[in-house]
Design a protein around this ligand. Sequence first.
Ligand code: ARG
Length: 402
Amino acid sequence: MPGKVVLAYSGGLDTSAAITWLKEKYGLDVITFTVDVGNEPDYEAIREKALRVGAVKAVLLDARQEFVERFVFPSLQADAIYQGEYPLATALARPLIAELLAKTAREEGAGAVAHGCTGKGNDQVRFDVSIAGLAPDLKVIAPAREWGMTREETIRYAQERGIPVPVTLASPYSIDQNLWGRSIECGVLEDPWVEPPDDAFIWVRPVKETPEDPEYLEIGFEQGLPVSLDGEQIAGIPLVERMTGLAGRHGIGRIDHIEDRVVGIKSREIYEAPAAMVLLQAHRALEAMTLSRDQLRFKQIVAAEYAWLVYSGLWFTGLRQDLEAYVRSTQRYVTGLVRVRLHKGSSAVVGRKSPYSLYRHDLATYDKGDVFDQKASAGFIQLFGLPARTQARAQDLGREGA
Ligand code: ARG
């Protein structure tokens, strides 16, 4: 009896070719596994294609809720953005898919799992490291990393075996998409000097096609989680979907980034992440009002570290868990309302309020009602500036500019 392998299956060319390749090369029975993380898979078409190409079984799963609750929202609370640009959509979905892949392998009695990642990207790292951590006994096979075929060779390989080659291959881009964002690579985008053509984007309109008038939106947060839009309670999935629609309509959320991959390559990455960008901005604005200066300073360090862990596939590690516990603790009072204006390609925070606000008008005001004792500042500055005065006296700091 041949062994079984569970293959993470998108229905695209590479993972379809992987079905026959795994059979031919390793003599394995292939069970395909397709997850919905907001990438809108056409379940029926995918199931049909998997079986037609030669899978013994096609498993489908909607994991959107889990994706939002366990991955997207915790990283929003952490303010995680890789290299200041990338809100990590693809990176966040990989550990979840890997976890479900391993679980399916157990249920199906398979000794191996497989994925369609190439040997140049980050996704292979995320899958392999996640599975090694969760199910070290499972063998991980990455056909596209092993077979060494070019795009043309893969197409020929598929045609020879009667695997339907999708017309969407006409699309010059390689795309990965989920609720939190869309990653777009390849084709003309590989020239970092070339402006990304409008046809690379489907969620974010070009600015010239956006409404003339600004639109205002009130986002309600409870302990760092977005829970309402314009006063109306709304669950995680529809909230993110609605924000994608709203911000995208106003041309907000295109990202063009030269990014450092885990394997050492610099690559030009295009993203659209309208909901993520506005929610991250609004969340940070509320934190600025409800966290102390020292909490904010330290949390920024944590955010960069957290983003790196997510990016580089180290989700299932003690450090990520530790940082998440810290982040959760910081969110106790991040409750309130943020008012954003969406207009012509950019979003701006124009108002914020919280029952736990640390902003005190009677301290900040220059008008009547001021309770801040300005005379106390002189003594404070006297001590605060002491090290600078001491050094200036001893070391002639004025010479620097001379
Ligand atoms: N550079 C992004 C990342 O590493 C996007 C990857 C897109 N993946 C893909 N299979 N097309 O997260």
